[in-house]
Design a protein around this ligand. Sequence first.
Ligand SMILES: C[S@@+](CC[C@H](N)C(=O)[O-])C[C@H]1O[C@@H](n2cnc3c(N)ncnc32)[C@H](O)[C@@H]1O
Length: 281
Amino acid sequence: MSGQTFEDIREAWRQSAAYWEKHRETIQSMFQPITAALIAAARIRPENRILDVAGGPGEPSLTIARDLANSGSIVCTDLAGEMVAAAARENKKLGLKNVYFCQCSAQSLPFLDCLFDAAISRLGAMFFPDPVSAACQMLRTVRPGGKIVLAVWGERSFNPFFGVVTDIMSRYVEAAPEDPDAPGAFRFAEPGKLLSIVKQSGAIRTGEEVLDFRIESDLSASQFWPLRVEMSDTLREKTSRFTVQQLAAIETEITSAVAGFFKNGRMSFPARVIIVTGTRP
Ligand SMILES: C[S@@+](CC[C@H](N)C(=O)[O-])C[C@H]1O[C@@H](n2cnc3c(N)ncnc32)[C@H](O)[C@@H]1O
């Protein structure tokens, strides 16, 4: 996403929404440990009012709404209207009455000050064009003593779910050098980088925690490459430039490179995220 404008980022996620909705169950299972860590770090209790920023097609909002039962509530927001629509569609099936949906940017959250007990974001902050103002907005919407909690990917070398693909693709297509501050999956992988942003927002009692977990789902090695391509606008764009023969060669190479992460129809990759917290004074 290097060099992309706010509009480019929104458009990319609008295009990705249908695929994230298609792979909803897989994604929910893959990132469930991050949800659990966010819930623990935000100290979410049954009667809480929670804000989910960049909630995509509904996670972790829907999981948290279920946990809150009917005593608390959550608002699921996202920049891409198509993501919000996908989240609302899923909730129609689930019938949860304590989750609300709103299409908005993290940089301008249309909520009153102090409205929520906590504001969380799973795998969203690295795409915000102005993460300091997003952290300020999240902090503004929580009550004094309330927490903001953001989960972002840790270093690529600890995340072979991404790294294996990037390494192989780099041999087929030349990638422009990455701007470490441009929106992208690993923009906050360096320890302390997102923490410094949360500190700049005025949060107190800030902290950073490394979560090592496993990305797991019922998926075979042959299903990995199609999933990865569909989830990523960058990969969708890159693969559209290849011939059918080149694509077949890449798929064979990647499927064989990841084979060790699959056993009995189940995928299991080691993974690392960084979880940053801050409290409203
Ligand atoms: C990797 S997805 C994560 C979605 C979801 N939280 C999850 O973990 O499954 C990143 C999400 O961030 C959203 N996003 C990107 N920039 C945003 C912004 N400036 N404000 C709000 N949401 C944004 C995208 O639309 C996308 O849905």
